[in-house]
Design a protein around this ligand. Structure first.
Ligand code: NAD
Ligand code: IPM
Ligand code: MN
Length: 370
């Protein structure tokens, strides 16, 4: 038996609504045992800005560093459109990723059998889909310097973002990709734009070298990120692990979400390096979706991406693969019974709200644990 300490950061918009369902899952797991979860909560994003004029406080950052894992909801919304750039809600999330060195963002796109018709694509293209998008998360154009807007004095301004990648950053994300592939279908597709970008040239070269040196047993393919995006909707099942940079990974994972039926289905894990002394790694678990201002406050958000992200915490931080599998099975069973939130609603199915979906998943978990 172990006790794990979590930091919950619900954030803004639908963040707190979907986090409420994770709290109920934690309650269920504590009742079931043998492991026990305790948690602290903090403000992040716009809700933190309203209280402290920053999107995350140093105190919350310290708690995040000390926690066994951070569970993150979502941040942002039109209410904070006019706050200073450095204090915008999204900056809190970026600071968490950077300061905890969470360079590997695992975004699995799995189409549950019951949702094969919920995708915008034809059933046969997505049925049985299980791909892993691995997004580099602490480098690239998100963090490269200079990042400026300069007044040119002639009525014009110039905005600059800078894409930077060093060898070690590409090497370590490649290793994660190949290691993941070895436990899956043994194939990695690397996506970049070496035809236009120097970072793309280095990316392709380092991924290939890492492969040739350490992972010859894994099949490696390279694709330009633009046609890779096209292939993702043309024939998504050709992929196993896709490894790509911070910005392309952001775009490609939202595209992949629609293969599963909705952004409300896509979970993610953001992982740091394993500490050789403690064998532990810093980690943050967050759904891929945002604060969904258009539906916030209505109790209709799909909590599955958030719940499945917590499931990834069980798998990747707490060695609780059995419980993580149970969560996946409970989600599949609930969808199989015909329950749908609005984003995945379809004719003949029962449309439910966030809380009702959470209750149904917990009911299935109770059956599985009995
Ligand atoms: P979004 O992901 O918030 O919403 C896009 C669309 O998907 C909306 O129509 C929304 O209703 C729907 N959607 C998203 N999650 C859903 C869920 N769980 N259930 C049902 N429907 C869902 O993206 P956006 O509208 O482009 O951005 C809104 C705000 O969220 C912005 O401020 C953005 O910066 C922020 N954002 C935050 C995160 C994060 O915190 N990790 C991620 C993405 C966007
Ligand atoms: C995501 C989001 C974030 C990103 C924003 C909110 C900073 O879109 O996690 O996909 O761009 O990384
Ligand atoms: Mn995104």
């Amino acid at each position: 038996m172990a006790t794990y300490n979590l930091l919950l950061l619900p954030g803004d918009g639908i963040g707190p609504e979907v986090m409420a369902e994770v709290k109920r899952i934690i309650e269920f797991l504590n009742k079931k045992g043998p492991n026990r979860f305790t948690y602290d909560e903090g403000l992040v994003g716009g809700s933190c800005y309203d209280a402290h004029q920053v999107s995350i406080t140093d105190e919350t950052m310290e708690k995040a560093k000390a926690a066994d894992a951070v569970i993150f909801g979502a941040v942002g919304g039109p209410k904070w459109d006019k706050v200073p750039y450095e204090a915008r809600p999204e900056a809190g999330l970026l600071r968490l990723r950077k300061d905890l060195a969470l360079y590997a963002n695992l975004r699995p796109a799995v189409t549950y059998p019951a949702l094969a018709d919920a995708s915008a694509l034809k059933r046969e293209l997505v049925e049985g889909l299980d791909i892993m998008i691995l997004r580099e998360l602490t480098g690239g154009v998100y963090f490269g310097e200079p990042k400026t807007i300069t007044d040119l004095g002639n009525g014009q301004k110039r905005a600059v973002d800078t894409q930077v990648y060093d060898t070690y950053e590409i090497e370590r994300i490649s290793r994660v990709a190949f290691e993941l592939a070895r436990k899956r279908r043994n194939k990695v597709t690397s996506m970049e734009k070496h035809n236009v970008m120097k970072t793309g040239v280095l990316w392709k070269e380092v991924v290939q070298q890492t492969h040739d040196r350490e992972f010859k047993d894994v099949t490696l393919e390279h694709q330009l990120a633009d046609s890779g995006g096209m292939q993702l909707v043309k024939n998504p099942k050709q992929f196993d692990v896709i490894v790509t940079d911070n910005l392309f990974g952001d775009l490609l994972s939202d595209i992949a979400a629609m293969l599963t039926g909705s952004l409300g289905m896509l979970a993610s894990a953001s992982l740091g390096e394993v500490d050789p002394k403690t064998q532990k790694r810093k980690a943050l678990y967050e759904p891929v979706h945002g604060s969904a201002p258009d539906i916030a406050g209505k109790g209709v958000a799909n909590p599955i991406a958030m719940i499945a992200s917590f499931g990834m915490a069980l798998r990747y931080s707490f060695d609780m693969g059995k419980e993580a599998d149970m969560i996946d099975q409970a989600i599949a069973a609930t969808l199989g019974k015909g329950l749908r939130t609005g984003d995945i609603a379809s004719a003949g199915m029962k449309t439910v709200g966030t809380e009702e979906m959470g209750s149904a998943i917990i009911e299935e978990l109770e059956k599985l644990a009995a």
